[in-house]
Design a protein around this ligand. Structure first.
Ligand code: ADP
Length: 250
């Protein structure tokens, strides 16, 4: 589904990503781990089109998407979880879901505004989908609460919900476990698993919570100093001496 070939991101002489090569298979949940400063966030920014690589290529579903910007990738189904934007904190959970553009050609909100007859039915469809999404996430009870008042875990679930409002195929999750209490963490894990197994979403997630990585991810890719150190199943990666060394040097 995704092929990274010799990706380099050079920041004025410092290579935050330094020849990164790996593939993500359709239907997988790939865990991206590594010590602080390994280049994981920079790699996510490259994949999501927020940064242009200095060299190397990114192929998504067989197409060279290296020069594409994030909004173009979004329309192709490559979506990074949206942190709930600050200005949306005053909107309810339901409204936050309804604000997400659908990412399907010809379905932009703008084109709908111009065809009066369709506006109403589109709004109804979007609202229905938003309610279904809340139901799937077991968040119906907070539908009308302001997003700013939700707990850390509920916000993470809502972020996942915003992804579900799009036609996402590959979803990049940036530290989904951070700031989430244990109970909601289990729920978040099970929803990611369901989206993967039953709805066909492929995920790449950056995570420091090794329990989550162990539970959800295969393969696990460990980065250090801008490179892929090792890739394999959780046990193989965890017991690799180079991985231990990379973390000890953190
Ligand atoms: P990780 O997410 O694995 O902690 P990052 O991708 O955030 O790693 O950072 C990798 C390295 O690149 C770090 O040393 C960081 O300081 C550096 N870096 C990240 N972004 C920039 C930037 N815009 N300019 C210069 N250096 C950067």
């Amino acid at each position: 589904m995704l092929e990274l070939d010799q990706l380099v991101m050079d920041f004025s002489g410092f290579k935050a990503v330094n020849g990164c090569t790996f593939r993500v298979e359709e239907g997988s949940i790939t865990g991206l781990i590594g010590p602080n400063g390994a280049g994981k966030t920079t790699l996510f920014n490259l994949i999501a089109g927020a940064l242009q690589p200095t060299s190397g290529t990114i192929r998504f579903l067989g197409e060279d998407v290296t020069p594409l910007a994030s909004h173009q990738l979004f329309h192709k189904g490559l979506v990074r979880t949206f942190q709930i934007p600050h200005e949306f904190h005053k909107l309810t959970a339901l409204e936050n879901l309804m604000m997400v553009p659908p990412a399907q050609p010809g379905e932009s909100l703008l084109s709908n505004w111009f065809s009066w007859g369709r506006v109403k039915s589109t709004e109804v469809d979007v609202e229905k989908k938003a309610y279904e999404t809340l139901e799937f996430l077991e968040l119906t009870h907070i539908a009308h609460q302001r997003a700013g008042n939700l707990s850390g875990g509920q916000k993470k679930l809502l972020e996942l919900g915003r992804t579900m409002m799009t036609s996402a195929k590959l979803v990049l999750l940036d530290e989904p476990a951070a700031g989430v209490n244990r109970t909601l963490l289990r729920k978040l894990e099970s929803k990611i698993e369901l989206l993967n197994k039953e709805r066909g979403y492929t995920f790449i997630l950056i995570e420091h919570d090794m329990e989550m990585i162990e539970k959800l991810c295969d393969p696990v890719v460990c980065m250090a100093e801008g490179k892929v150190l090792i890739q394999g199943d959780f046990q193989t990666v965890r017991s690799n001496p180079q991985v231990l060394e990379a973390y000890l040097g953190e």
